[in-house]
Design a protein around this ligand. Structure first.
Ligand SMILES: [Zn+2]
Length: 243
């Protein structure tokens, strides 16, 4: 007995996958309530969807068959795969998003339902725990969901997603927009090795800043400023060694 309810609520927004399922992408709905999100994700005009939507109280809606390609990732890329809709299962979390740069915590009932669903989905498709990502990871500079209030550390403790902690911050100089330091190349290479879409050109431009912000939103949520300070760099290299 799972204790979790899955309600079928079919969305017309899907097509055929072009590759096998290897990832799970987490989102927040950025809407006032679940009914509004449900209506939008099932609106043929909106042309958006996800496989699942989890209400704040943990009730799970199943919108698109896992075998089909839902439309949640948009323009995105991870480890060179640009058709993330084909390569993933999309899960939306009912949440009102960022308001004035701040966001509410996710509720325990919702996260418990998510963890249960992840157990089911990863088992069905043999998805590696490290292939559970946020929308912001695969679309830096364009998407910021599920947001820094999403507790990736807790998810990792439950067996899903990437996390790194207990690493001693190395004594290195910060890198920021405009840095032409030779340390930019290895940093960009490490971010690419983790999976982020980034051009290794040795220049700390808008793309690198956006990727560092996405990295921080996931792995160092206390401070998201796009500056690769010593702690951020240490975490990037520590994570790179894990993947
Ligand atoms: Zn999203």
């Amino acid at each position: 007995m799972s204790g979790f309810v899955i309600e079928r609520h079919p969305s017309p927004n899907f097509d055929n996958r072009a590759c096998t399922i290897s990832h799970i992408i987490l989102h927040y709905t950025d809407m006032a309530d679940c009914d509004l999100a449900l209506a939008r994700l099932c609106d043929a005009e909106a042309k958006v969807s996800a496989h699942y939507l989890i209400r704040r109280d943990g009730h799970i809606f199943h919108l698109v068959d896992e075998a089909a390609r839902a439309w949640h990732a948009g323009v995105s890329c991870w480890r060179g795969e640009a058709d993330m809709n084909s390569a993933s299962i999309g899960i939306e979390l009912d949440h009102n998003g960022h308001k004035d740069g701040k966001m509410d915590a996710f509720l325990e009932a919702q996260i418990s339902a998510l963890i249960w669903l992840l157990q089911e989905v990863t088992a069905r498709h043999a998805i590696a725990p490290q292939n559970i990502l946020g929308h912001s990871d695969i679309a830096p500079g364009r998407k910021i969901d599920p947001g820094e209030a999403f507790d990736w550390a807790a998810l990792h403790k439950a067996g899903f997603g990437l996390w790194v902690d207990n690493v001693k911050t190395e004594d290195v100089l910060p890198l920021a927009t405009g840095s032409e330091d030779k340390a930019v190349v290895p940093l960009q290479k490490a971010l690419a090795a983790i999976g982020y879409q980034i051009t290794v050109d040795g220049s700390y431009g808008p793309q690198t800043r956006a990727v560092i912000s996405a990295f921080q939103r996931h792995f160092r949520p206390a401070k998201i400023d796009g500056i690769a300070d010593a702690e951020t760099q240490t975490l990037v290299y520590a994570l790179c060694r894990l993947v």
